[in-house]
Design a protein around this ligand. Sequence first.
Ligand SMILES: Nc1nc2c(ncn2[C@@H]2O[C@H](COP(=O)(O)OP(=O)(O)OP(=O)(O)O)[C@@H](O)[C@H]2O)c(=O)[nH]1
Ligand SMILES: [Mg+2]
Length: 411
Amino acid sequence: MSTSPYISPLPSPRSPTSPISPVSPGRHVKVKKNPFSNPDLPGYVGFANLPNQIHRKSVKRGFEFTLMVVGESGLGKSTLINTLFLTDLYPDRVLPSAQACVDEKSISKTVKIDVSTVEIEERGVKVRLTVVDTPGYGDAIDNTDCFQSIIQYINDQFERYLQDESGLNRRHIVDNRVHCCFYFINPAGHGLKPLDIQFMKQLHNKVNIVPVIAKADTLTKQEVQKLKRKVLDEIGENDIHIYPLPDCDTDEEEDYKEQVRQLKEAVPFAVVGSTTVLDVGGKKVRGRQYPWGVIEVENPSHCDFIKLRCLLGTHMQDLTEVTQDVHYENYRSERLAKGGSPITSAAAVAANNSINSHGNSVTVAKGKLSSLPGTGPEKDRMAMELEEKEAQIRRMQEMMAKMQAQLQDKK
Ligand SMILES: Nc1nc2c(ncn2[C@@H]2O[C@H](COP(=O)(O)OP(=O)(O)OP(=O)(O)O)[C@@H](O)[C@H]2O)c(=O)[nH]1
Ligand SMILES: [Mg+2]
């Protein structure tokens, strides 16, 4: 388990210190004679305490978040991830040589999906962070289909969640859906490339896309501004929906409003990544040393790294909610409209081996779906049959629970 002092705590729009909280944590509370009633508020049930209860419960349960990084090879995706989370997620990475790529027939090479999970704890709040890296994106000579495996991965996670939701063990679903995708834009180009546009158009209804300009230290300040404008124009012209930072409520604090305004202004974030710690005027900073000076990763006048990190900290909950309410709902309604369409891959099926309420392992026959013989309609029919069987098991379990309850009553 790693501890990062750098990620801001998860947003709690109604923190315990906010006005609706009945007791501010710093306040000294006198011990009352009767702990079950409050003489200041006689007759109150105490509903105002609900936000505190939810807060406590969520902190205890922990949070799950999945971040995907996509962009041409060598744009600094892995370096940025290591810089953001101060962990070396890729210690054993071996870079393939150009010859090896040719030998592997990179003409038809597909994107590799690298999934790593770390648990990060900050001030008692635990986040299970999954990073999905996509080395190999844009490496092939023909890149037209290079994002198919990425789409497939995202769909698989939705499918897995859908299966878990309709399965027997709904209480402890592990959420591996991709909540955010940092899309890396090449700083050496003149805006978006056709591949960037194609990718974002195919993915914007499935995942929250946050565009970032990679290696911003290779551009002057004016060039960064020019590229940002160009990228935003092209995003608009192509009707691409990137993650919309939500507007603040009017009752939000001024500082928070200002922070969100600056975050909105910084899109697409021009970032620099580095895990090297340098000495600048006696201060230890992470940055990149050049003959003419040091680029400090966390200096807001050098790049937007700190803003991007802040976005993750302050909008993690919103990114998760948009994933659930918009992207997952899209997938779910499409999938249900299609009926029992085949499960996309073994990954989705693996999730179906659930545990029933009595602790017994219920390996519903659905687990065999990936190896079902036959093509589309045959698989559809079998999937429907299996779903029906599962519903039957559920009904029987409910009946048994009722009978047990009746027996208990009689005793
Ligand atoms: N100038 C500059 N170089 C960077 C930056 N970030 C990373 N690099 C360098 O770029 C090279 C590639 O970085 P990686 O992080 O491996 O790139 P990647 O996008 O993960 O590459 P693939 O895994 O092949 O897709 C390394 O030599 C890094 O040191 C940056 O912000 N600025
Ligand atoms: Mg990489």
